[in-house]
Design a protein around this ligand. Structure first.
Ligand code: C5P
Length: 403
């Protein structure tokens, strides 16, 4: 299963670099084509000659190496593999990756790449447990970087604790798992999935609007997760704080009416997830010029009810998606309210979350959700919004694949 796979192996500085030699040997035994890259610090621990002899290939070391830029630029290098493995990943390289630095060949490759990246951190246990490293690790996890190790054990510096690089065979198992999971990447090939996201803005006049609080983070992550499963993703978004993911078909709208129009135009589709926080009302007669502020006088605003996009699509007779999923942001009685909402709107599933200000969920990186279907109520642990998205997309994929 690893035969002919192309792995770009980045070796950074650390005593664990000697294990990378064994890793290269074992990868090659399994038919992997290994392209090695070393940082300057790595060459203090193992020689480029032994790395290149084992890999059977030239070692790339320098960002400004003109011959290799002519043969293969660093951008091309970063895209020429099926997987990039960083082993060992030093505290310094981890920090550079988290900050998006590009001041060495290794960090530039890692910033320029669109290839999956797996890292095997190795460092002194105090460096590993330092708040700065832990922050960086969290950032990398959110960026989708895969991890193997570190393990706990005796360290070269004489201390005991977490920070030892994973063993070569463990790294190989993680690489195999990666390629197995990757076959999930065409699970939804040929399926169209629509996701709504962000708030809507309902104009009062050309400068003022009413809106719901929504960063668009959860919706964006859901779109990304579907894309990772190979679906064609239509992403209808209101004016969100976060940028839409790259690679999805983005339709930007402002108001609920525009969102409904865009969603209806994109039907039919196989599944639709309504993560947008749509404003319930709009100003009936928005003024085309700025309403002047006059002392003591309040504007007379009349409201109209916005169409419910989720309910409209759930109740379509023709071309209803196989699965319609809504969200329910509640502040109290979450499960009861959300279950009733599911029935009222006619959607198949509802993802309920408690958005009381003390949960920090609104605009934050994490979410605590309960998935409500006609049969079950599943409480999920607190996890990042991207993990919620991946779990949800996978569950939806399982239904679509069976449909
Ligand atoms: O009724 P409530 O706004 O709490 O319902 C939330 C769910 O309904 C979300 O999935 C949201 O995207 C969807 N919704 C909609 N159109 C509306 C209001 C809500 O699609 N006008």
């Amino acid at each position: 299963m690893l035969d002919k796979r192309r792995i770009l192996l980045i070796i950074s500085g650390g005593i664990a670099a000697f294990k990378s030699l064994d890793l290269i040997r074992r990868l090659r035994e399994r038919g992997v084509i290994v392209t090695p890259v070393m940082t300057k610090a790595a060459s203090q621990f193992v020689t480029p000659l032994s790395v290149s002899a084992l890999a059977g290939k030239k070692v790339f070391q320098d960002l400004f190496d003109l011959t290799s830029e002519a043969e293969m630029g660093h951008i091309e290098l970063s895209r020429s593999a099926d997987l990039i493995v960083v082993a060992p990943a030093s505290a310094d390289l981890v920090a550079k990756m988290a900050a998006g630095n590009a001041n060495s060949l290794a960090s530039t490759i890692l910033l320029a790449t669109d290839t999956p990246v797996m890292i095997a951190p190795a460092m002194n246990l105090r460096m590993w447990s330092h708040a700065a490293t832990q922050r960086n690790i969290q950032t990398l996890k959110e960026d989708g970087i895969q991890f193997v190790g570190p393990n706990e054990g005796d360290m070269a510096c004489g201390e005991f604790g977490p920070g030892r690089m994973a063993e070569p065979l463990e790294i190989i198992t993680a690489i195999k798992d990666h390629f197995t999971e990757k076959s999930a990447s065409d699970l939804l090939a040929g399926k169209r999935v629509l996701v709504t996201s962000g708030p809507t803005h309902e104009p009062i006049d050309p400068v003022r609007y009413i809106a719901n609080r929504s960063s668009g983070a959860q919706g964006g992550e859901i779109a990304k997760a579907f894309m990772a499963l190979g679906a064609d993703v239509i992403f209808v978004t209101g004016p969100a704080d976060v940028q839409p993911p790259i690679g999805v078909h983005v339709i930007k709208v402002e108001t609920a009416l525009q969102m409904l129009e865009a969603v209806e135009k994109e039907m039919p589709c196989d599944a639709a997830v309504f993560a947008a926080a749509v404003a319930d009302w709009r100003v009936a007669d928005a003024s085309s010029s700025k309403i002047k502020k006059e002392d003591g006088r309040l504007p007379d605003l009349e409201f109209s009810e916005n169409p419910d996009i989720l309910a409209t699509i759930s109740n379509r007779r023709k071309d209803r998606p196989d699965l319609v999923v809504g969200f329910a942001a509640e502040t109290d009685n979450v499960i009861n309210n959300a279950s009733r909402k599911r029935l009222r709107k006619g959607c198949d599933w509802i993802v309920a979350n408690d958005v009381s200000p003390e949960t920090g969920i609104m605009g934050g990186p994490e979410n605590v959700v309960t998935l409500i279907t006609s049969q079950t109520v599943e409480r999920w642990d607190r996890m990042s919004k991207s993990e919620v998205a991946r779990e949800l997309a996978m569950k939806i994929a399982n239904v679509l694949v069976r449909a």
